[in-house]
Design a protein around this ligand. Structure first.
Ligand code: C2G
Length: 129
């Protein structure tokens, strides 16, 4: 594939995020990540440890990522796919089936999550340290 698109919060960037982005980068020649803004996450009921600007900086430092765009709304995906000419949309399989409507615009793929790693688990570990 050419342009591949994915979205996420990427809070407390960890190996699970890396392994997803690594697999995405192996599938396409240009990887775009829609990073959830703090306001969008509030709508998901998610409180992030790391503010949006820093999460964007970390993603931009990742060799598997070519462009980071803001994710501000659930319904921006079709427009992003068109704007950037994305041929493939990828998410971890905790989202399996949730974005099948995007098949009208591009290929949709759900990849297995990395087990036993999560931002939530890291927060808990730090809290109990
Ligand atoms: N992920 C993974 N393995 C983990 C943890 C996360 O493969 N151990 C994947 C998720 O499946 C997701 C991506 O990493 O594809 C980012 O995870 P989150 O930051 O938790 O994304 P989320 O908050 O679910 O936001 O519009 C889509 C939403 O913005 C997704």
């Amino acid at each position: 594939y050419g342009v591949v698109l994915t979205y996420g919060t990427f809070d407390l960037f960890h190996a699970g995020h890396v392994r997803l982005l690594e697999r995405i980068a192996a599938l396409g020649s240009y990887v775009i990540v829609g990073c959830s803004t703090d306001e969008f996450n509030a709508g998901k009921g998610k409180v992030t440890a790391i503010p949006y600007e820093d999460r964007v900086e970390v993603l931009n430092a990742c060799k598997f990522v070519d462009l980071v765009i803001p994710e501000t709304a659930w319904d921006q995906k079709p427009g992003d796919i068109k704007t950037h000419g994305a041929e493939l949309f990828v998410m971890g399989d905790d989202w399996a089936g949730e974005f099948d409507d995007l098949k009208a615009h591009c290929e949709v793929l759900y990849l297995p999550r990395t087990p036993d790693i999560s931002s939530t688990q890291i927060k808990h570990t730090v809290k109990c340290a």
